[in-house]
Unconditional design. Structure first.
Length: 115
């Protein structure tokens, strides 16, 4: 049998016909590798350019995006500290959530990060 570089590898006696038929030259392997690398280069260049153009067009909204990101970061920090779980426990201990739709909605919203 032939490995990917075209070198001969020990094969059973009946496989000699397949060995000759499946032998791949070094240039074939080199060209396949070259086109693989060129394809990846092209794809990542195009995707990088598209991301740059998208970022440039969103530059106008940067103050809003920064504020939303800060709010999201604070929510993640409070979730990590367990504040929302504590609030849900406090609300459910004091209010019958099944009888109060507003409390049920609030518990659902506060309990969402804990899932």
């Amino acid at each position: 049998m032939a490995n990917s570089l075209g070198n001969q590898v020990a094969a059973p006696a009946g496989d000699q016909q397949q060995v000759k038929a499946s032998r791949v030259g070094r240039w074939t392997v080199f060209l396949h590798a070259l086109f693989f690398v060129l394809g990846f280069t092209l794809v990542f260049t195009v995707l990088g350019s598209a991301a740059g153009l998208l970022g440039r067009s969103l530059n106008v909204y940067m103050p809003v995006i920064q504020k939303l990101g800060a709010i999201l970061l604070v929510i993640f920090a409070l979730t990590t500290l367990g504040l929302f779980r504590w609030l849900v426990n406090q609300i459910t201990a004091r209010v019958d959530v099944s009888q109060n739709p507003a409390a049920e909605a609030l518990v659902s919203v506060l309990n969402f990060p804990n899932r």
